[in-house]
Design a protein around this ligand. Structure first.
Ligand SMILES: [Zn+2]
Length: 93
């Protein structure tokens, strides 16, 4: 059996998330206008086609109380693919 390797692309190859990318994170902020404490649960509210491994503007910071819109912030999704084991599964007979 030959050795199994996993190599990352060299250079700046872009890749992106899915149309509906859900993440196990909750963004919390206080409205700069009315002081209301807001939450954005990325487990419920998806991000569309986020770039992976590079910063992007996130501009959907609306206050749930007064609808004030905050200025965009920058987020970044880090992702890596790891070869955990190169041991191949035996075919079951
Ligand atoms: Zn507000």
């Amino acid at each position: 059996m030959s050795e199994i390797k996993l190599k990352r692309y060299e250079g700046n190859q872009s890749f992106e998330g899915d149309k509906r990318t859900y993440m196990p994170y909750i963004l919390e902020w206080k409205c700069s206008k009315c002081g209301h404490q807001n939450q954005q649960d990325f487990g419920d509210d998806y991000i569309s086609y986020p770039p992976l491994g590079t910063p992007f503007d996130y501009e959907y910071l609306y206050c749930g109380e007064c609808e004030h819109e905050e200025k965009p912030i920058k987020l970044q999704i880090s992702m890596e693919l790891i070869l955990v084991s190169s041991k191949q599964r035996e075919d079951e007979q």
